[in-house]
Design a protein around this ligand. Structure first.
Ligand SMILES: [Mg+2]
Length: 178
C-alpha cells in the first residue's frame, strides 16, 4: 500500500454519520461499524448526543455490530456517551495505532472487509481503518449545520483524482511520517 492510500477513505460523506443508512451498509456488504466519538457522534464541546444521533443508533444497533473506539483520554466522557447509546466502547484507542481497534474487531467476530471504520479524521480514523483492511468512511462533524446538506447525492467516491491530490498535499503539508 502506497503512503497516500493510507489516508484515502473508501467513502467520504459530506454529511454527518446519520447518512450511513442500511441501504449503504448493504450496498457495501457491511455488517459492523467501529465509530469514532468526538466530532463523529458528538461535538467536541458537547456532553450529550443529539436526538438525531440517538435515533440513528437505534435504527442501526439491531441490525449491525457497533463499537465505539475513541482516542479521548477521558474514560468518563466516552463511557457516558457509550452508556447513553447502549454501545460497547474503548477509550484511549491510540489511533492510528492498530492495537486497540484490532481488539475491537476481534470482539466483533467479523471479517475486516465487512466492518467500516467511521470517523472525522484522516490521520487517525482513516489510517487505522486502512491499515487493518476495514472499509473506511470519513464523515462531517454532527454539529456542523452549515456544512450539512441532506442529500444522498452528496456522497462521492473518495478515490477521485481531486481528493487524492488533496490528500497528497495534506500528507506532505502535515509532515506526518506514515
Ligand atoms: Mg474524531
Amino acid at each position: 500500500m502506497k503512503p497516500w492510500q493510507l489516508i484515502a477513505p473508501d467513502l467520504v460523506l459530506s454529511a454527518p454519520i446519520f447518512e450511513i443508512t442500511p441501504q449503504l451498509m448493504e450496498a457495501q456488504g457491511l455488517r459492523g461499524l467501529i465509530l469514532d466519538v468526538d466530532n463523529t457522534l458528538i461535538g467536541d464541546d458537547e456532553s450529550e448526543v443529539s436526538e438525531q444521533i440517538r435515533l440513528w443508533v437505534e435504527l442501526m444497533r439491531p441490525r449491525y455490530a457497533i463499537w465505539l473506539a475513541s482516542n479521548n483520554f477521558s474514560d468518563r466522557r466516552i463511557q457516558s456517551v457509550a452508556e447513553s447509546l447502549g454501545l460497547p466502547y474503548r477509550s484511549r484507542a491510540g489511533k492510528p495505532s492498530r492495537r486497540i481497534v484490532r481488539q475491537v474487531l476481534e470482539s466483533m467476530q467479523l471479517p475486516a472487509s465487512q466492518v467500516a471504520m467511521v470517523g472525522d479524521r484522516l490521520f487517525t480514523d482513516t489510517i487505522v481503518g486502512n491499515r487493518l483492511g476495514l472499509f473506511t468512511i470519513l464523515v462531517q462533524p454532527p454539529c456542523d449545520e452549515l456544512l450539512f446538506k441532506p442529500s444522498i447525492s452528496s456522497i462521492f467516491k473518495a478515490r477521485s483524482s481531486f481528493l487524492r491530490n488533496w490528500e497528497i498535499w495534506l500528507a506532505r503539508k502535515s509532515g506526518v511520517k506514515i
